[in-house]
Ligand binder design. Structure first.
Ligand code: PEP
Ligand code: MG
Length: 543
């Protein structure tokens, strides 16, 4: 057995066979010599037929929208025109793999030129190309594996598109070589309640089918495990879940200091269990695939779905955080050399005040029709003047409680000035880390800098919490840092008044707070702030 160490980003134990996500196949620079065109033509057609058969098999096993998507892709793979094109291209002397690549490139261009619905199907063509070429070259099948039984998914990193088809009932845990504590993999794992380890060097060397165990809290992955270890991990997870589900109720420390525990959601379907409220409603996630702007009525309906589910509870709506890692096609933003430093978040309202005002009106309309306590905050606020302008727009729309996210160091340094303009702050630690450490949250190579235990990040959070205490206004954390049970203790000790996270992370955070007094939390905060680096801060608090 070999023990690999990564960063644990979603707690829990799992054990089972590992399967890797293979990268798209690459064509050799030159085709082998002396190919038989007839044989290659037959191989190309057979590869496409086999891709179609596999997609149909998966469609038959799936339900609802997933089944329809797979069936539609299977129909494209079965298209006789595509098979004819690949066959004819192979007859000109190309290998089966290159003939498929060429035929699909022509189809791809035609789809893109047609625009609209067809242009949106280009990703399906790419998937068909990758699968058929992999068959011809004898390379592993790209994409999320589906071995037909539960497994531990191992990947370099997972993009949002990879994870759309991920079946949480089949995946036991996620392990990636790259990614960081704020990567999509980490966010997804916490949303699905799956144990996850990122930055796990050596993970991709595991053989498909090899037994592994995963501890998503400590970041430990054991490869070459035996059946006994796998069974022990499963039993530990069952015991952990039983312990957590036994606890309920609002967040508080052992001596009764309240810390509200809210859910982060992207739409009403992310709501689960009995939550105190929603601390971050990422409204842009509703519209990531839209090429036309959502109508006023569509917006009202989406917000009403959420508010109606939470009568009497708080829902903090974030206005559209478009740009950088979350581009909204319907806004048709100009290309920028550094989108994370460009016109994103609240800045979009500089040129497009209509986008903000119509969203605020839709939120107000939904709030009037329901009984939720609706607060509204802006993403990417840099200055007190921006906070003031946003607060005025929110109040004009008839919404009484405007707030600002603190995601930019300038905002944290001037938290007191921001709080003079708005009623609350919510710290987005994912972006606050990114901008504090000048480390792109999408680049695995710099992920260690983005560790939310970094004392510099904690110092900025402390500045915000102190400003909140002085102003008598709430200051919450809604970035991924809030979902780390140990760090939740530190944040409480720093004076943070609420923590918002994926709903599945709440039980472990609730348990961590319930077993410490406020004095324990304050001692943990002092120790973490005094530590020289993230690892030392963790060790100082967790031992
Ligand atoms: C954050 O930046 O911490 C945050 C909560 O916003 P998002 O992750 O959606 O950018
Ligand atoms: Mg953010």
């Amino acid at each position: 057995m070999t023990e690999l160490k990564g960063i644990g980003v979603s707690p829990g134990f799992a054990g089972g066979p590992a399967y890797r996500v293979a990268p798209p196949p690459t064509l050799p620079v030159l085709d082998p010599v002396a190919l038989d065109p007839e044989t290659e033509a037959k191989r190309a057609v057979a590869a496409l037929a086999s891709v179609a058969a596999e997609l149909n098999r998966r469609a038959a096993a799936a339900h609802g929208a997933a089944a329809e998507i797979l069936r539609a892709e299977a129909m494209m793979a079965e298209d006789p025109e595509l098979a004819d094109a690949a066959e004819e291209t192979a007859r000109t002397g190309l290998s089966a793999a290159r003939a498929i690549d060429t035929a699909l490139a022509v189809h791809r261009e035609a789809f893109e030129a047609a625009g609209g619905y067809l242009a949106e199907r280009v990703a399906d063509l790419d998937d068909i190309r990758n699968r058929a070429v992999a068959i011809c070259l004898g390379q592993p099948m790209p994409g999320i594996p589906s071995p037909g039984h539960p497994f531990v998914l191992v990947a370099r990193d997972l993009a949002p598109a990879d994870t759309a088809s991920l079946d949480p009932d089949r995946v036991l845990a996620l392990v990636t070589e790259d990614g960081g504590p704020t990567s999509h993999t980490a966010i997804l794992a916490r949303t699905l309640g799956l144990p996850a380890v990122v930055r796990c060097t050596g993970a991709l060397e595991v053989a498909d089918g090899e037994l592994v165990t995963v501890d998503g809290a400590t970041g430990t992955v054991v490869t070459g495990a035996g059946a006994a270890e796998v069974e022990a991990a499963g039993a530990a997870e069952v015991a952990r879940r039983q312990r957590l589900s036994a606890a309920s109720g609002p967040g508080r420390t052992a001596d009764g200091h309240p810390v509200a525990l809210y859910a982060n959601i992207g739409s009403a379907k992310d709501l689960m269990g009995d939550v105190e409220g929603v601390g971050l409603f990422r409204t842009e996630l509703l519209y990531l695939d839209r090429t036309d702007a959502p109508t006023f009525e569509e917006q009202v309906a989406a917000y009403t779905d959420v508010f109606a589910a939470l009568p009497g509870r708080k829902v903090v709506v974030r206005t559209l955080d478009a740009g950088a890692d979350k581009p909204l096609p319907f806004l048709q933003q100009e290309a920028e050399p550094n989108p994370a430093l460009g016109v994103r978040g609240l800045r979009i309202s500089w040129k497009r005040p209509d986008v903000l005002s119509s969203q605020l009106e839709a939120i107000a309309e939904a709030a009037r029709a329901t009984a939720a306590e609706v607060w509204v905050m802006a993403p990417m606020v840099a200055t007190a003047a921006e906070a003031a302008a946003f607060a005025a727009a929110v109040r004009t729309a008839g919404l009484p409680t405007p707030g600002a996210m603190v995601e930019i160091p300038a905002a944290a340094l001037r938290a007191g000035a921001l709080l003079a303009e708005v009623d609350f702050l919510s710290i987005g630690t994912n972006d606050l880390s990114q901008y504090t450490f000048a480390a792109d949250r999408q680049v695995g190579a710099v992920a260690e800098l983005l560790d939310p235990w970094q004392p510099a990040l904690l110092q900025l959070i402390a500045a915000c919490a102190n400003a909140g205490t002085a102003a008598g206004k709430p200051v919450g954390v809604c970035g991924e840092a809030a979902a780390d049970p140990g760090l939740a203790v530190v944040l409480t000790g720093l004076g943070i008044t609420s923590l918002s996270m994926a709903a599945r992370s709440i039980p472990a955070v609730r348990e961590a707070l319930a077993t410490r007094t406020l004095a324990d939390c304050r001692a943990a905060a002092r120790a973490a702030l005094a530590a020289p680096d993230a690892a030392a801060a963790r060790a100082a608090v967790l031992g």
